[in-house]
Design a protein around this ligand. Structure first.
Ligand SMILES: Cc1ncc(COP(=O)(O)O)c(C=O)c1O
Length: 361
């Protein structure tokens, strides 16, 4: 079975039984509405990946002893499909997601999904779900691919069978407006440690982050900034996003040291920074020094970035006993990068880096 030659069995929902489209996409809660179809493909020993299918969206049937349910052997990817002004469907750097999926799979002792199969499956599903891809600025069709361990085995070992699936969810903006958020640096909880799974996009990392975020929200913060697990000193990420600080014309961001997810938005910002008149320093960022630099007005903007929110401006940061305001308004560098990135993603600006993949009909 090879990429474009892959034979996908299709069982589509009859036209008149399809779900009604959203009425106001901007008001939809993020990730709670799903389209008519999904893609599935199975892995069993000896047969490898087989039975690629597009079928009606619906429940999966899993043995209660399935390894994923007990030991969280799972990885996933998150992408967005956009419609350009000509109504064509665009994906942003999907091969990067295919590569990262395989890095995560390797870490979790799971079999690789050939990149071309991943890409072809995604295109085929998006062709089927074209009507769900919104054309409004800020809206998109979120594409969630995942691989789960399906073998019934309550012994701690890697599963021998797996399911790969892709589902889609129409979404408006992740944060309802583009105004800066108030966040807290967590001194209590960490997201990842050296030698752990921080670099993998695996469900357990996110389950482990819920309590910190829930407690921060109770105190009026939108998100948590994570420190390194060893010294609780260096800034790593914010929630499910990478983080940048703006100092003059320089973007400061922590290096990918093994505990940070290799964000594709982060990578894109770094690659386009020169063309935006910015330089990037990937260096360890001591949280206390960052707070000092904000007080001294050397750091004038901060933002987090990721597929879901694209860029999320940070207005105020609390750490230990103090809170510092970075900027009340979304700063010019954050705005410039947001505009440049979304212009390419939505196909409203040229794509000099060849990042956009067009889903052909
Ligand atoms: C922990 C974490 N960091 C960073 C990111 C940003 O990655 P990307 O830009 O590829 O969406 C994500 C989202 O996928 C994430 O879950």
């Amino acid at each position: 079975m090879k990429g474009a030659d892959m034979f996908i069995t299709k069982a589509v929902v009859p036209e008149k039984e399809r779900k009604p489209l959203y009425t106001d996409i901007m008001a939809l809660p993020f990730g709670e509405t799903f389209t008519d179809h999904m893609f599935t493909m199975e892995y069993t020993p000896g047969k490898q990946w087989h039975d690629p299918r597009i079928r009606p969206y619906g429940n999966l049937s899993l043995d209660p002893a399935a390894v994923v349910l007990h030991y969280a052997q799972e990885v996933f990817e998150g992408q967005k499909a956009y419609k350009n002004p000509d109504g064509e469907i665009l994906l942003f750097r999907p091969r990067e997601n295919a590569r990262r999926l395989n890095e995560s799979l390797k870490r979790m002792c799971m079999p690789p999904v050939p990149e071309d199969i991943f890409l072809e499956a995604e295109d085929a599903l998006l062709r089927e779900e074209a009507r769900w891809v919104p054309s409004l600025p800020g809206a998109s069709l979120y594409v969630r691919a995942a691989v789960i361990a399906t073998e019934a085995a309550i012994g701690i070992r890697a599963s021998r069978s797996y399911l790969f699936f892709i589902i889609c969810s129409p979404v408006g903006p992740y944060f309802k407006d583009f105004s800066p958020i108030r966040v807290r640096i967590s001194s209590t909880f960490v997201r990842a440690v050296d030698g752990g799974t921080g670099e993998a996009k695996t469900g357990g990392n996110y389950a482990a982050s819920l309590l910190a975020t829930m407690e921060a929200k109770k105190e009026g913060f939108s998100q948590v900034i994570w420190l390194d697990g060893r010294q609780r000193r260096f800034i790593e990420e914010m929630g499910g996003m990478n983080i940048f600080f703006v100092q003059g014309n320089t973007l400061l961001t922590p290096p990918l040291s093994g505990t940070i997810l290799h964000g594709i938005t982060r990578k894109s910002i770094i690659e386009m920074s020169g063309d935006c008149g910015l330089t990037v320093k990937e260096e360890r960022l001591d949280a206390r020094e960052v707070m000092e630099s904000i007080t001294r007005k050397e750091i004038t903007e901060a933002f987090a970035c990721g597929t879901a929110a694209v860029i999320s401006p940070i207005g105020a940061i609390a750490f230990e006993e103090r809170e510092e305001t970075v900027s009340q308004e979304t700063g010019p560098v954050t705005q410039k990068l947001y505009k440049a990135l979304t212009g390419i993603q939505y196909g409203t600006a040229p794509d000099p880096y060849d990042w956009v993949h067009k889903v052909t009909s």
